[in-house]
Design a protein around this ligand. Structure first.
Ligand code: GRF
Length: 210
């Protein structure tokens, strides 16, 4: 709908979190529309999910740019052209630089498959299993200029079960991400998240205009 909040989602892979967002946005009265899905590689299955949902797609490949800052600027321009209220990193496996983060500050969300600050980086589930933790989970957080670092919005704990391998454990973690990420996107889109230092505070809808 015309006054829906505009959501841009960036993906690198399978896109199950993107699917959760597409499904949430498709619910009647959701108040949000996914207006663009961007990827850093043309083979990302998330792009196919977007096409099936009738959502515009864009691919910005690092290899087409001479260095990280120019990739960052190119991606920023593509995303900015979609006029997002929220930018959501849903399995986007690139580090975003200051030009990108500064353009959408306090409006970029990421989901990470561990209870941050434990197990940052690209192999969080594998690293948690290797460490032998009994509980891990996911973190939905605002993005700042450091990797897997910005203010935390939501976390959910997921117990490690005997016999878990990376896929099985990650599958259960993703179930929690699919629940929390659409919720977080909606709150940021509605302006209901106030950032004070490291703390992200959720305010009541009536407080938004104040
Ligand atoms: C998620 O677990 C997310 O936390 C991590 O990458 C995974 C992406 O999964 N950053 P999918 O592509 O959404 O299925």
């Amino acid at each position: 709908m015309a006054d829906d909040k505009r959501v841009v989602v960036l993906v690198s892979g399978h896109g199950s979190n993107l699917q959760a967002l597409l499904d949430a946005a498709a619910e009647r009265g959701s108040g949000m529309t996914v207006v663009l899905v961007g990827a850093d590689r043309p083979g990302a299955f998330g792009l196919e999910r977007a096409r099936r949902a009738g959502v515009d797609t864009a691919v910005v490949r690092p290899a087409d740019h001479p260095d990280r800052p120019s990739f960052d600027l190119a991606l920023r321009d593509v995303v900015a052209a979609a006029r997002p209220d929220v930018v959501c990193l849903a399995g986007f496996m690139r580090i975003l630089g200051p030009a990108f983060v500064g353009a959408f500050s306090d409006r970029i969300l990421n989901t990470h498959p561990s209870l941050l600050p434990a197990f940052r980086g690209a192999h969080a589930v594998r690293d948690a299993l290797a460490y032998g933790v009994k509980v891990t989970g996911c973190t939905v957080h605002l993005v700042d200029e450091q990797v897997d670092h910005g203010p935390v919005l939501f976390q959910a704990a997921v117990p490690v079960e005997p016999g878990d391998d990376e896929d099985r454990l990650h599958g259960r973690i993703k179930q929690e991400e699919h629940r929390l990420l659409p919720l977080a996107v909606r709150l940021v889109a509605e302006g209901r998240v106030r950032v004070e230092g490291r703390r992200a505070r959720i305010v009541a809808a009536e407080e938004v205009a104040r």
